[in-house]
Ligand binder design. Structure first.
Ligand code: HEM
Length: 154
């Protein structure tokens, strides 16, 4: 179960990133060119939040199964001195939780804005901040915090 979850969590990251990139770009274009907030724009707003919620759920389950996280909480004092353990025990979890909260708030606020321009602006600002936090918190192969492969195969 643990290794399957890790593979799914790793793959879903690309889905989260793809939805965010598309939504941020279309919100930017929509705002700067004064476009109409179409049904497709609204669907992307909704699905970006939904995909991030799915990743959040997988992350929470993975968190309870991970031997790294379990070791961190069993030996917190020594764990705090090892970056890899602190990363998955605290940093990754807190930053990703924060980013999903920002996406959720941004999506909800954009839905309630009265003008199309305000909808695009709200989506652009909140999703962009979340995107930057996610980029920092992902364990890229080149990350100094923790290095993991871009793709994990079954
Ligand atoms: C947008 C949200 C998130 C993204 C994009 C994301 C992305 C990733 C990636 C790329 C990995 C490395 C997978 C690998 O080793 O191949 C990972 C590992 C992990 N993530 Fe997330 N994550 C997110 C949210 C969360 C949340 C909210 C939690 C916990 C509440 C979480 C818990 C974990 C754990 C425990 C591991 C690794 C555990 C281990 O190696 O034993 N993630 N995440």
């Amino acid at each position: 179960m643990y290794s399957t979850l890790l593979i799914i969590h790793s793959l879903t990251r690309w889905l989260v990133l793809a939805f965010l990139v598309y939504s941020i770009c279309s919100a930017f274009v929509g705002y700067t060119r004064d476009k109409r907030f179409s049904k497709a724009d609204n669907a992307f707003r909704h699905w970006t939040a939904t995909v991030s919620h799915i990743q959040l759920m997988i992350g929470i389950i993975l968190y309870t199964q991970s031997p790294i996280v379990n070791y961190f909480w069993a030996k917190t004092e020594s764990g705090l001195h090892q970056l890899e353990l602190t990363f998955y025990g605290l940093i990754h979890m807190v930053l990703m939780l924060l980013s999903v909260v920002l996406i959720t708030i941004g999506s909800a606020l954009a839905k309630r804005r009265l003008t199309d321009r305000e909808k695009f602006k709200t989506m652009f600002v909140w999703f962009s901040i979340a995107f930057i936090i996610i980029l920092i918190a992902i364990p890229w192969p080149f990350s100094p915090l923790s290095s993991r492969p871009n793709f994990r195969m079954f």
